[in-house]
Design a binder for this molecule. Structure first.
Ligand code: NAP
Length: 372
């Protein structure tokens, strides 16, 4: 049987993405072959394609941090899981494919009846949001928080989980994202026309308890200025190195993947040494998953339950067939996307309707139309 997967042929622009057709991979001992129903498209995919993300693999490689799919074939020594079961995983790369082989321990069961695109949004974005809120910042009801990039993939997840945690929420976004931020319970701050530190001071007086900052660099220090004494900045990215399809630094290539980390370390140390008890702490989903895989599984299961109970509702910006991965990444990098972009199986916009056919033993998936 043959399948398609996307590869990054070299570090650089969207032209580095190619679709290849080849024999389906066979599961090795202890592995499970998964037929992918949905794969998330995220900013780290774009950064890795340019070679500037810490998790950039050597080329050629298949991108894709997260997936939801159906167990299709078992390798030797696998037990306790049956073909037809819907599962989620975060392989970090490899998810932009019709079939993927993964070690059984990487798979988390997905409850029946969930939309695959909504479920895949939980893996990278919502776990990141959940762990930063509850494990890094340890937020408490009534606390004030500032989310940067609040209308994006991680930002909208932070808002939905922050609302459940009864936080008072502020969110930086462009004017396009402001209605979404308000709808999710946040007070929007237009980063293009307002100084967010001045605005936070005006709205809160002494500042917020926590800021969640995906931009890194000098932006981290600016975020620290929005804290009240004793507050925390959770730093979770280095997007200042990336603007649209161009790099702030003009760099591409894997040798640049650790660019920005020394300055990050400097700001973290400064946060500890300077008066005011305002800390900067780093967060990395992949580091925490490697160090404590049980937490990852626990948190994903908790989020899947919240989705099943309809307490959270991921915003799906667009659904693209796998073969349109290039277009999906171009759109994400342009900006202005509200929520998550997802690649769906079967190469057509009607793929959502086929999810139930892919996942035969499961009840039919609830599949809202593209563009919800
Ligand atoms: N550490 C981790 O474990 C981890 C995990 C997941 C993601 N991340 C990082 O999280 C970041 C966001 O990822 P994502 O997938 O959520 O990206 P995304 O969906 O593209 O969202 C980014 C958002 O930031 C907004 N934005 C751009 N410049 C801004 C500024 N100066 N101030 C405030 N908002 C601004 C954009 O709004 P407009 O387009 O309207 O301008 C967009 O809504 C990336 O850096 C990624 O690497 C880290």
């Amino acid at each position: 049987m043959r399948h398609q997967r996307v590869i990054v042929t070299h570090y650089g622009g969207p032209d580095a993405l190619r679709v290849v057709e080849e024999e389906c991979p066979e599961p090795k001992d202890g592995e499970v072959r998964v037929k992918v129903l949905a794969a998330g498209v995220a900013m780290p995919d774009v950064m890795a394609r340019k070679g500037v993300h810490p998790e950039t693999p050597p080329v050629p490689y298949t991108p894709g941090w997260d997936l939801v799919g159906v167990v299709d074939r078992l390798g030797n020594g696998v037990s306790g899981i049956e073909p037809g079961r819907v599962v989620a995983a975060m392989p970090i790369h490899g998810a932009y494919a019709q079939f993927v082989c993964l070690p059984q321990r990487e798979l988390v069961p997905v409850p029946p009846g969930l939309d695959a695109a909504e479920a895949v949004s939980l893996v990278l974005n919502y776990i990141t949001a959940y762990q930063m809120l509850h494990r890094s910042a340890r937020v408490k009801p009534g606390q004030r928080v500032l989310f940067h990039g609040a209308s994006g993939g991680v930002g909208t997840a932070l808002l939905q989980l922050g609302r459940l945690a009864e936080l008072e929420m502020y969110g930086t976004c462009s004017s396009r994202g402001a209605p979404a931020v308000s709808d999710l319970g946040g007070i929007p701050i237009d980063y293009r026309h307002q100084d967010f530190v001045a605005e936070i001071r005006r709205l809160t007086g002494e500042g917020v308890d926590a800021v969640f900052d995906p931009f890194g660099g000098a932006h981290l220090w600016h975020s620290r200025e929005a804290l009240r004494p004793g507050g925390k900045v959770v730093g979770y990215g280095n997007t200042t190195s990336l603007r649209g399809e161009g790099l702030g630094s003009g760099r591409t290539g894997r040798r640049n993947r650790l660019h920005g980390i020394p300055i990050y370390a400097l700001y973290i140390a400064g946060g500890w040494l300077l008066p005011g008890r305002k800390r900067i702490v780093p967060y990395s989903i992949q580091t925490l998953k490697r160090l404590k895989p049980a937490l990852f599984r626990h948190d994903l299961a908790a989020l899947l339950e919240l989705l099943q109970q309809r307490k959270i509702k991921p915003l799906i910006a667009r659904r693209f067939p796998l073969v349109e991965a290039r277009h999906a990444q171009e759109l994400l990098a342009q900006g202005g996307i509200i929520g998550k972009i997802v690649l769906v199986c079967e190469g057509s916009s009607a793929a959502a309707a086929k999810f139930s056919a892919c996942a035969a033993p499961q009840p039919p998936a609830q599949s809202p139309a593209a563009g919800t």
